[in-house]
Design a binder for this molecule. Structure first.
Ligand code: C2E
Ligand code: MG
Ligand code: MG
Ligand code: MG
Length: 282
């Protein structure tokens, strides 16, 4: 009987693993088709100045609306895209689309605000991504002020010297480079000094609990302190309510991103928002 249980236990786990693999495999297949069928769009979430809520920049966030079935979250499909190597084509599409959109807004008199692009770890191992960024900027007459990039700590740590060379060049050409989800990876403070970065985005998990959890607040305060001492801009991610907003203002974050101000929005919606912003002289 014991043996039987053990056997079932084993089968249960291997079944689980098998299902998981199969799901990912199917997702990878669907991703391939989705690229051909134009099932992706970008949404844009404003990043606003903490002190006056002026929109300073946007983060581009990928959305997948399959022609059949429910939308799938990037948290689910980005890892699959990475494993199946589709991230390169998908990432290139994101870069091109951001540049195209930025140029369109500029041509309609709505430009002037940077759009930040998330780059994943695998994506930057192919150095062609940096050429692609430059080509897309050239094609649309953009400068390094028009777009920025976001990388997580773990991606930066794993970056080899060639990748760092490219990042350093973009940095010296004036591009904003942010550490995303700061505090959740294998952070070491010395990285803040050695990597070519301009901004720190404090992860939403700290922001969420900081109003009631003194430890989270202390981590945020320390991050703002060291960030500013090193000349970096500090962004608070995931600000959803007044208490969080008041706290991030009090401790001196420069920029705020989160549902309290804006959710990620479709491009049309952003255009409307920018128009009213421009009309209000902001
Ligand atoms: P991220 O780069 O840290 O993006 C921030 C995530 O927080 C987004 O989730 C955004 O919608 C969400 N968010 C913003 N404000 C709030 C808030 O107030 N409350 C809550 N609960 N959430 C908020 P999203 O769009 O689902 O993206 C998840 C992750 O997927 C991103 O995290 C990023 O790592 C990845 N991702 C998204 N688009 C791309 C892309 O184009 N390329 C790559 N490589 N990764 C992407
Ligand atoms: Mg990001
Ligand atoms: Mg983030
Ligand atoms: Mg995140």
């Amino acid at each position: 009987r014991a043996k039987q249980n053990g056997r079932n236990g084993y089968c249960f786990f291997s079944q689980q693993l098998h299902d998981d693999l199969l799901r990912r495999h199917r997702l990878a297949e669907r991703l391939r088709g989705a690229l051909r069928n134009d099932e992706f769009v970008l949404h844009y979430q404003p990043q606003v100045a903490a002190h006056n809520a002026r929109i300073e920049s946007f983060e581009a966030l990928l959305r997948w609306y399959p022609s059949q079935g429910d939308p799938i979250s990037p948290a689910e499909f980005i890892p699959v895209a990475e494993q199946s190597n589709l991230i390169h084509r998908l990432g290139d599409w994101v870069i091109h689309e951001v540049c195209r959109q930025q140029a369109e807004w500029r041509d309609r008199g709505l430009g002037g605000r940077r759009i930040d692009i998330n780059l994943s770890g695998k994506q930057i191992t192919q150095l062609g991504v940096f050429r692609h960024i430059e080509e897309c900027m050239m094609e649309h007459d953009l400068t390094t002020r028009d777009i920025g990039i976001e990388l997580t700590e773990n991606v930066l740590i794993q970056a080899d010297s060639k990748v760092l060379e490219h990042l350093r060049r973009l940095y010296h050409e004036g591009m904003k480079i942010a550490i995303d989800d700061f505090g959740t990876g294998y952070s070491s403070l010395s990285y803040l000094k050695t990597f070519p970065i301009t901004s720190i985005k404090i992860d939403s998990t700290f922001v969420r609990d900081a109003p009631t959890d003194p430890s989270d607040r202390a981590i945020m305060e320390a991050t703002v302190f060291i960030g500013h001492r090193l000349g970096l801009e500090v962004v608070a991610e995931g600000v959803e309510n007044r208490a969080q907003l008041e706290l991030v203002r009090e401790i001196g974050c420069d920029l705020v991103q989160g549902y309290h101000f804006f959710k990620p929005m479709a491009a049309d919606e952003v255009a409307g928002l920018l128009r009213s912003h421009v009309d209000a002289g902001r």
